[in-house]
Design a binder for this molecule. Structure first.
Ligand code: ADP
Ligand code: ZN
Length: 789
């Protein structure tokens, strides 16, 4: 029976990919002689063939013959060393499938070596990575490289050690001519069948290691290399705590998860719980059930929330908690990964990439603060951990729990439509009231308000009162630096980054002007670079200037600034929060970094210096971001017995996003914003794909963007035949990106909104394969973009 590749397919996603990669191989075959075999060969035995994909730089899937002797060790998920290209240079690739196929052995090259003892990826994880490549329009190999940590790939934390083993048995000893010492060595070695460390062996036989060398030369013993782990780090042991008695609302939320767990089916629960409503305790008690089944849970939190306090909450309840985050060294990450893969872990707590934790018996995935933008990876593969978590939960047939006080409208919409099960935690623990939130209108002229600086009189009074009563204060300003504008008072010239076309920010502590996109730095100018006038003005407010104002207003009150500038070194974030927790710091000010997840009972006042910073961004999620930021930072107060209050300074107090945040009313916000999204054809009602083209020459970038946009437009129209003409296709642009120049490169972008994401992806793929962009142009495709600059 004639057969042709691909012969066996594991899942629909790979079906699509293999079909597509076949096309690529057609092209590849003229370049390389190790393309696929399309011709069926009848009267031959079936042979094992490994399908291999490579990381960066090579597109498509390639097939290699598995030699007889490797049949036991080759399997999908392991890496293989194979000859590649005309020169047969050895290359490492991932085995993604193993098929049985009648082929002529002459037509295929053979696998040279198997690199891994155990598969790095399970069939389900391979399936997941294929899905990611498909959905986010990138190469499968790129995804695999991103999923398997570098340390695991180069087997960090392991080293080779030499051991000694006898080649003769104890019955041979009488017939050998041996010295007393040699005999003793061989007696020890033949007593039981195991390899010895040479030093230990020499000590046990009371001889020098030279004796061993001689025995090796005679052939009576041999050396063997064994891969062993370097020292294990000791794991901290925590005092175990017992479960808290849940409130009624918490119990209902937990039961919704348990119901799914017991049904052994996939399903998604969205917990919309106000700040301080005790979501974490719900997660923990659900995980206890998972652990009792002998299964593992993965808990994803934003990187910034991965504090020692968070870890402590899990470690005080579970004995074996693994952690994955970006500050681990390669060796540390490799060790956590292997520990998880061994099945010895009950709970994995980690940031975005922990969605790939190789838990062998996954039972539950939890994604806390599911609205957080840091779950989106801003480099290839540009995946969103929420969507990947959902896909993984579907593939593994396990429940997914999403939690937030301010869910993304995407998730909210799915809950409204019944796809997700919605559970609400509307009250704080111990019925603590949510703090009163009030706005301060910045539109009145300063003089009339009697205000100087960034802190209005009203807010100033609140700060003084909070401090007088022994409370702590959080002040949010979502902009770092001292002055955000450096402008000549005579000619109006604004000092900009030469590479990015962005106004430089004045950083006073280092007397420099800094670009917040590329970190370009120059000494702060004293004269206008254009007209030499010496009256240069530093205006606009950043956290550094706010800090100066606070120190001047409240002398002697210890305050601390948290932003990307002060929190550069590893561990500084934890140190700062610890000082605040202890009460050594009374006023904490900073960027959005301080708005998230902190639980400090003594914070009685939160002030938002300017709620509008995000409101006017060229981003369809600007209102959502503003609502989230204000709601989340407001949630940092009133967590103790003293209650709390929030003052929000804004130029736009009637803005619905701010009004809803003032009332802690998520549903009001969603009810207002969703119709806007619908009428503008934005998510959650459509899908968006954004394409950014950049080049050193402005013309080249614009041209490439225009060509691509036009080709996609055409391909969509041509391909229309079978597809529904009702599918929405809306292409905006191309135009200069809001960040028109970045790191010396000009940027153009366009975005496509569609109701038929799968079809659009198919169209973009076909254009991709057909259009060849000039060498100097770089193009990124961002599916479900978060960053719109
Ligand atoms: P959220 O994540 O919803 O903001 P947390 O999980 O941080 O809320 O809980 C807020 C505080 O309430 C924590 O200090 C937590 O230990 C406490 N807490 C949670 N559940 C209970 C409960 N059932 N009984 C008493 N305290 C609780
Ligand atoms: Zn710059």
């Amino acid at each position: 029976m004639p057969t042709s590749f691909p012969h066996r397919l594991t899942h629909p996603a790979s079906l699509k990919r293999l079909r597509r990669s076949d096309l690529m191989q057609e092209k590849q075959r003229t370049l390389f002689d190790d393309g696929p075999v399309e011709t069926p060969w009848d009267d031959q035995e079936e042979s094992a063939v490994a399908a291999v994909v490579f990381g960066q730089g090579v597109r498509g899937t390639f097939h290699y013959l598995v030699p007889e002797g490797m049949l036991d060790s080759v399997c999908p998920g392991k890496r293989l060393e194979v000859p590649f290209g005309r020169g047969n240079r050895l290359r490492i690739g991932y085995c993604v499938d193993l098929l049985w196929q009648r082929i002529s052995e002459r037509r295929l090259k053979s696998v040279r070596r198997v690199l891994d003892e155990r598969a790095l990826l399970s069939p389900k994880m391979l399936n997941l990575t294929a899905w990611i490549a498909d959905r986010y329009l990138c190469e499968w190999g790129q995804v695999l490289d991103a999923v398997v940590p570098a340390g695991v790939r180069r087997q960090a934390g392991w080293r080779w050690r030499i051991f000694i083993r006898a080649t003769v048995s104890k019955f041979d000893l009488e017939n050998l001519k041996l010295t007393a010492k040699q005999r003793k060595v061989l007696e020890i070695l033949t007593r039981e069948d195991r390899a010895w460390d040479p030093r230990e062996l020499a000590a046990a036989a009371e001889c020098k290691e030279g004796v061993l060398q001689l025995l090796v030369r005679r052939g009576w013993i041999r050396k063997e290399s064994v891969r062993v782990r370097e020292e294990e780090p000791s794991r901290e042991v925590f005092a175990r705590q017992s479960p808290l008695a849940l409130t009624d609302e918490q119990r209902a939320a937990r039961d919704a998860i348990l119901e799914l767990l017991r049904s052994r089916k996939h399903g998604t629960v969205l917990i919309q719980g106000v700040t301080g409503s005790g979501k974490t305790e719900v997660y923990i008690q659900a995980i206890e059930e998972v652990v009792s089944y002998g299964r593992q849970a993965v808990v994803l939190v934003p990187e910034i929330s991965l504090t020692p306090q968070t870890l402590h909450r899990f470690r005080s309840r579970f004995a074996h908690v693994a952690v994955l985050h970006s500050h681990l060294t390669d060796v540390e990450r490799a060790r956590q990964w292997e520990w998880i893969a061994s099945g010895g872990v009950q709970v994995v707590v980690g940031a975005r990439s922990a969605v790939f934790a190789p838990a062998p018996h996954l039972g539950l995935i939890i994604l806390d603060e599911e609205h957080e933008t840091s779950f989106k990876q801003e480099e290839t593969p540009r995946y969103h951990a929420r969507d990947v978590a959902l896909q993984r939960a579907v593939l593994e047939d396990v429940p997914l729990v999403l939690g937030s006080a301010t869910p993304s409208l995407e998730s909210w919409h799915r809950a409204q439509s019944g796809e997700f099960r919605l559970v609400k935690l509307s009250r704080r623990i111990e019925d603590r009231p949510l703090p009163a939130v009030r706005t301060i209108d910045l539109r009145q002229p300063r003089g009339k308000r009697g205000d100087k600086g960034a802190i209005t009189r009203r807010l100033d009074a609140a700060v003084r009162q909070a401090l007088a009563r022994g409370g702590q204060v959080i002040l949010l300003l979502n902009r770092r630096g001292f002055a955000t504008h450096i402008q000549c008072a005579r000619c109006g010239h604004v000092v900009r980054c030469p590479d990015c076309d962005i106004a430089l920010t004045h950083h006073r502590s280092e007397e420099s002007a800094v670009c917040h996109y590329c970190d370009y730095r120059v000494p702060a100018p004293t004269h206008c670079p254009e007209c030499q006038f010496d009256g240069i003005r530093f205006s606009g407010l950043g956290t550094e200037r706010l800090e100066a104002e606070i120190r001047a207003r409240y002398p002697g009150v210890p305050c601390l600034r948290m932003d990307a500038d002060t929190m550069r070194s590893r561990g500084s974030h934890e140190k700062a929060l610890e000082a605040f927790r202890r009460g050594d710091v009374r006023i904490l000010l900073g960027t959005q970094m301080i708005a998230k997840g902190l639980d400090f009972p003594n914070v009685t006042l939160v002030g938002v210096i300017n709620a509008d910073t995000a409101l006017h961004f060229p981003d369809f999620r600007a209102a959502e971001r503003t609502f989230q930021l204000v709601t989340q930072v407001a949630g940092r107060t009133g967590r103790g017995d003293q209650g709390g209050e929030v003052w929000v300074q804004t130029f736009d107090p009637e803005n619905p996003a701010i009004l809803a945040a003032v009332r802690h009313d998520y549903e009001q916000f969603a009810a207002w914003e969703l119709p806007n999204r619908q009428s503008m054809h934005y998510p959650p009602f459509t899908e968006v794909i954004r394409i950014v083209v950049h080049a050193a020459q402005e013309r080249a970038a614009r041209l490439a963007a225009e060509t691509l946009a036009e080709r996609i437009r055409q391909a969509w129209a041509n391909e229309a035949g079978a597809a529904s003409t009702e599918d929405l296709f809306r292409l905006l642009g191309p135009a200069a990106a809001p960040l028109a120049k970045l790191r010396g490169r000009f940027r153009f972008h366009f975005q496509i909104q569609t109701s038929a994401g799968e079809r659009l992806r198919e169209v973009i793929r076909s254009v991709w394969d057909a259009v060849k962009l000039p060498e100097e142009v770089t193009c990124t495709v961002d599916v479900d973009p978060i960053d719109m600059l």
